[in-house]
Design a protein. Structure first.
Length: 138
């Protein structure tokens, strides 16, 4: 499946459950066995098949978020910053971004999934994830 924005993310933005400027966001990695559903997956607890391995901690890592308004092109970009897992031995196919509330996975709102298109492997090396951008065009 392709990369996507979860439908619940749009609702969470509209209802004020997510604040891109002040909330904490994380990104976790999954294997190719995770099958995302943009309409029914709403919380981190819906995400399955998180990777395991040396240098990787369940729940992923914190990523920076930047919101940029571009009035010349009538758009808003939300940039989910690049992250890495140094000295890791993991195999991942997807990255899932979510709002971290610091507790149960059932409380964490999911944002988007980035499908790499094929497995990415690190063996005792740094696993790097480039930044991702969510663009709203008016």
């Amino acid at each position: 499946m392709a990369s996507l924005i979860f439908t619940s993310f749009l609702e969470d933005l509209a209802r004020g459950a997510i604040d891109m400027d002040t909330d904490t966001f994380k990104v976790l990695l999954t294997t190719s066995s995770y099958t995302e559903n943009k309409d029914t997956h709403t919380k981190r607890s819906d995400v399955t098949n998180e990777v395991t391995g040396t240098g990787y901690t369940a729940g992923g890592v914190t990523c920076t978020v930047t919101v940029t308004k571009d009035t010349a092109n009538d758009r808003l970009d939300i940039t989910l910053g690049a992250v890495s897992w140094p000295s890791s031995t993991i195999t991942a196919r997807k990255a899932v971004y979510y709002k971290s509330r610091g507790g149960a996975a059932s409380a964490d709102e999911i944002v988007a999934v980035n499908d790499f298109g094929s497995d990415v492997v690190s063996t005792g090396a740094t696993f790097s994830l480039a930044l991702s951008t969510v663009r709203f065009q008016n």
